[in-house]
Design a protein around this ligand. Structure first.
Ligand code: F6P
Length: 329
């Protein structure tokens, strides 16, 4: 057993992601199995600063594996970005007897854990919880698979209208500055193109798409547009507006999927991923690990130092770009 740990704290932070509850459940039960006490910290770092902390038991996390969102609630805390805020958070950790912290969240949340651990002597372990899949060192983040499936189902529905009316649809999806959701949902839903930041050049992607003759061989088409400003700015609206002005012969519509991509019951994949990572986070603490994100690479548990997980760009496999190109002729 790791020296000095008898109570851990767990929080979710940043955007909610399906599977976060499965992760909280796994962390809680694995810690209790290990003989430790567990405290749930509500509303992320904000709740740590405001001392919103309650005991978690095996029963507290019963019947949560199938629920979307996060039972611990979440927030993006401005105060935690200040040294004073982090000092208050640390004081509350000490007051509650918490010896180590498990943070479930995305890039910003793990960056918060990194700086907190550097300033205060608290072992922190991160779990990748974000639909964006943009954390380096793990093949998948908790929530990504569910969001991908949600987008696919939505695009399947949109296609009915696109086909019936012979329309071009620009569908905007989330992902912040990463194109994983856009690229892979485009493949899964049989879309004609994806506009993603990783593949963005100064070449006119709209012109390329039109010139590829998509409309010559098909009467309708769907283009998935990543929300990232790096795809030319303005997202799906921007491209639709351009089609209206430059190719007025086409009937064009826009769908911005928005937050419906973040909700819903997690897929089996996300539940299993979250369960494995939750258990692994307790094993990591037991092994004396600190300041690492626990991820899965080639089906193996890996420990990725915070600085790498946050700072390093996670590349999109170029083969995926080729697959979409080949299949959308
Ligand atoms: O990081 C998850 C995410 O859903 C991004 O894809 C998106 O850009 C952002 O959060 C939206 O954040 P909010 O819910 O705060 O508007």
């Amino acid at each position: 057993m790791a020296k000095g740990i008898s109570t851990i704290g767990v929080l979710t932070s940043g955007g909610d992601a399906p599977g976060m509850n499965a992760a909280i459940r796994a962390v809680t039960r694995a810690a209790i199995y290990n003989g430790w006490k567990v405290k749930g910290i509500y509303r992320g770092y904000e709740g740590l600063i405001n001392n919103e902390i309650k005991d978690l038991t095996t029963e507290s996390v019963s019947s949560t594996i199938q629920r979307g969102g996060t039972i611990l609630k979440t927030a993006r805390s401005e105060e935690f970005m200040t040294a004073e805020g982090r000092q208050k958070a640390y004081d509350n950790l000490v007051a509650n007897g918490i010896d180590a912290l498990i943070v479930i969240g995305g890039n910003g949340s793990l960056a918060g854990a990194q700086i907190f651990a550097a300033e205060h002597d608290v072992p922190c372990i991160g779990l990748p919880g974000t639909i964006d899949n943009d954390l380096y060192g793990t093949d998948s983040t908790i929530g990504y698979d569910t969001a991908l499936n949600t987008i696919m189902e939505c695009v399947d529905k949109i296609r009915d209208t696109a086909t019936s009316h012979d329309r071009i649809f620009f569908v905007e999806v989330m992902g912040r500055d990463a194109g994983f959701l856009a690229q892979n949902s485009a493949i899964a839903a049989g879309a004609e193109a994806a506009i993603i930041p990783e593949d963005y050049t100064d070449m006119d992607q709209l012109e390329q798409f039109i010139n590829r003759g998509v409309r010559k061989s098909k009467n309708s088409s769907i283009v998935i547009v990543s929300e990232s400003p790096k795809t030319g700015g303005g997202g799906a609206m921007h491209y639709a507006e351009r089609v209206r002005n430059e190719y007025p012969q086409y009937d064009v519509r826009v769908t911005i999927l928005g937050h419906l991509q973040r909700g819903g019951t997690p897929t089996a994949f996300d539940r299993i991923l979250a369960s494995r990572l939750g258990v692994a986070s307790i094993e990591a603490l037991n092994e004396g690990q600190r300041n690492v994100m626990v991820g899965i690479s080639n089906d193996n548990i890996v420990y990725v130092p915070f600085r790498k997980a946050i700072k390093m760009d996670k590349p999109i496999n170029k083969e995926l770009i080729n697959v979409l190109g080949v299949l959308s002729i």
